[in-house]
Design a protein around this ligand. Sequence first.
Ligand code: ATP
Ligand code: MTE
Length: 189
Amino acid sequence: MLKIGLVSVSDRASSGVYEDKGIPELKYWLTTAIKGEFTVEARLIADEQPLVEQALMELVDMHSCHLILTTGGTGPAKRDITPDATLAIADRVMPGFGEQMRQISLHFVPTAILSRQVGVIRKSCLIINLPGQPKSIKETLEGVKDANGNVLVNGIFASIPYCIQLLEGPYIETQEQVIKAFRPKSALK
Ligand SMILES: Nc1ncnc2c1ncn2[C@@H]1O[C@H](COP(=O)(O)OP(=O)(O)OP(=O)(O)O)[C@@H](O)[C@H]1O
Ligand SMILES: Nc1nc2c(c(=O)[nH]1)N[C@H]1C(S)=C(S)[C@@H](COP(=O)(O)O)O[C@H]1N2
């Protein structure tokens, strides 16, 4: 069964200054987007590089997650260390994810270029950084749509099922009205 790790990186949410909206928003979006069952392993942690590295390694090495989505800590501020932690535990970088996420986000905010978010692979797990603004989760995963729901720019989740398939993980099907997964014909089941 598909296993997804969710990591919310926020000093204030993890210390109770405000309620964490990252994990609930990620869970909600994934529930609307993925057909079929999946399990979730979630962590809420402070912006400390060793803690983020430890959480990511645990979710891959002990929990065998197929996909990990992080939220928060991708900007240029001193305590924004999520991409650094992600790169530190990565086997391979997938530059297309960072490039496409910033392209998508420029349709929503001019400060999209401030996010250092990356996509990487550790073992057979795809790890992707999303920004901390809770609304950026849906924006990035689902992409840009017009008023009638027609897709103008594909969200990055369109590419995630095929990537996980190439990593020999489970076959993920999506709700097409939320996000249409793309695969070459030869990879369709
Ligand atoms: N986990 C979260 N839950 C709710 N809101 C959040 C969360 N993370 C970020 N936000 C909101 O998005 C804004 C930008 O996120 P960013 O990751 O830059 O936060 P920050 O300024 O680093 O602070 P912190 O790490 O304490 O959340 C925050 O100021 C906050 O309003
Ligand atoms: N889709 C989307 N991307 C976004 C944003 C947003 O609101 N929506 N905020 C931007 C801002 S203001 C910053 S500073 C960077 C880094 O945010 P983070 O430190 O919360 O991860 O993400 C950017 N990317």
